[in-house]
Design a protein around this ligand. Sequence first.
Ligand code: HEC
Ligand code: HEC
Length: 305
Amino acid sequence: MLFSATGFTVSTATRLAALAALASAVWLPLPAAAASAPADAKPVYSDAAALGKLMFFDASLSASGRMSCASCHSPSHAYGPPNGLAAQLGGPDMRSQGTRAVPSLRYVLNRTPMWSHAQAASLSERLSETDNAPVGGYGWDGRFNRLHDQASFPLFNPDEMANKDPAAVLAKLAQAPYAARFKEVFGQNTFADPTKAFAQAMYAIERFELEDPSFHPYTSKFDYYLDGKVQLTAQELRGKKLFDDPAGGNCASCHIDQSGVDGSHPLFTDFNFQALGVPRNPELRANADPKYFDMGLCGPLRTDQ
Ligand code: HEC
Ligand code: HEC
């Protein structure tokens, strides 16, 4: 079953497969074919992913009616912000400023490990080299393990899409031009069970992010170099040597640039969290309050560390 990345095709078989996967509202991962397929292979695109794409670009799903996922994660800017603002403006009147920069959604989406943090038993252990840095999860503080969990956060965040609750999102979804398709894929009565319908919507967004090759194109010169399709110049090779050299830049100790054992291309990250000691950004309104601190893993959004 092959689906084009832009078209929307519903076959009975896929619809049944999607329904079976969602029958008990558990998350059964569909084959993530696009995840490991070479960039030039034809993507396998599920109906859920096609719906997720429509939702990702749908500004009517916000309280303002003017903000979609793509407003902040612009496909023409590597799914990062389309401007140089420290944080984007959103909320019901599009004037509230968030507290964090918009990350690019490129590459991390199908490879990010689950959050893990082996807590040291004592302070001395924590300060010693043997303590493991926390690793994994989505968001700047790794607080989401699954993309479908992450997807609801911007929908409800008062500084972003600012919906009051899932019912508000579902009411908008039921009015969307693709509402009929939503019912075709997830069942004609889906909106009768709001919990399940909302979960299906978040699942659709996740499938789009995982299946659409534009999130993980692997088309950089470095990717082609790893595939043996191009050579690096002498200058680039000198830079790579310095990047890798433990006695030089030592960058590769954190920004991994070796292919994985399965041949997967490196993403230049080890998914570890490091305290970089970046100073307060005066462009963030929240920082006008001297008592406000974004301590990342230690809050304010995470409260479990
Ligand atoms: C107002 C701007 C804005 C909008 C709209 C927005 N996001 Fe984000 N997104 C952010 C910011 C800021 C972060 C980092 C949040 C954090 O770490 O607290 C983020 C983080 C993410 C991440 C985690 C990426 C990573 O590398 O870990 C994903 C995935 C994501 N957003 C998807 C979405 C989806 C799906 C939507 C629509 C339902 C959406 N975003 C709408 C600003 C936005
Ligand atoms: C101790 C681990 C570590 C080492 C060593 C290290 N970095 Fe980083 N680097 C980080 C972390 C953590 C970030 C922040 C990543 C993020 O955006 O969350 C970062 C960010 C960056 C960024 C910005 C990435 C972006 O998405 O905006 C660049 C570029 C970069 N590092 C280059 C280098 C270079 C070049 C070297 C070697 C001279 C180096 N780094 C060494 C940990 C490291």
